[in-house]
Design a protein around this ligand. Structure first.
Ligand code: ADP
Ligand code: MG
Length: 157
């Protein structure tokens, strides 16, 4: 378990951006925390770090937003050969899901099973509690807690 305190939204975005370099594909990230805790802010940094093209709008009214990764990340990190040896390692798509208003059936209808089975995908879920019963066994849980107006505690489990 790792714990971070951020003092403004930029620091939260930066933390998301840093996590991006640790991801290899196939990860399901569950972002937990109250409204305004910083889940979407963190995701914006994560998307940037992954090389997804903006704008990084909140998917609240869309349920899900899909981003295509166009090898950008690998070009930037070209010198790090270990990252480009295995082509299956490449992240192709990132799905940012806001499950606040959805249920398990909505997700299944959106192609959930195929989405989580593909090792080239990264899945980021806000309000994972809403679809707990269809989450895979192995997920990365990240908890967001408001300490005060601009301070957040972010815990990686
Ligand atoms: P959530 O997706 O969890 O509902 P958002 O990321 O949409 O939350 O909103 C967080 C709000 O809190 C934003 O308006 C952001 O500017 C503000 N904020 C202030 N301090 C922080 C911080 N340290 N980390 C993240 N957001 C912060
Ligand atoms: Mg949000």
């Amino acid at each position: 378990m790792q714990e971070y305190i951020t003092n403004n939204f930029e620091e939260t975005q930066k933390l998301g951006e840093e996590l991006a370099s640790e991801l290899r594909g196939g990860e399901v990230l569950c972002l937990e925390g109250e409204l305004g805790a910083g889940k979407t802010t963190f995701t914006q940094g994560l998307l940037k770090g992954l090389g997804a093209e903006g704008p990084y709008t909140s998917p609240t009214f869309l349920i899900m937003k899909e981003y295509e990764i166009k090898d950008k990340r690998y070009k930037i990190q070209d010198t790090n050969k270990s990252k480009i040896q295995n082509p299956n390692d490449k992240i192709k798509n990132v799905y940012h899901i806001d499950a606040y208003r959805v249920g398990k059936d909505d997700m299944l209808n959106l192609g959930w099973e195929e989405m989580i089975a593909d090792p080239k995908n990264i899945i980021i879920i806000e309000w994972p509690e809403r679809i707990e019963n269809i989450l895979p066994e192995k997920v990365l849980r990240i908890r967001f807690e408001g300490i005060d107006e601009n301070k957040r505690k972010i815990t990686f489990e």
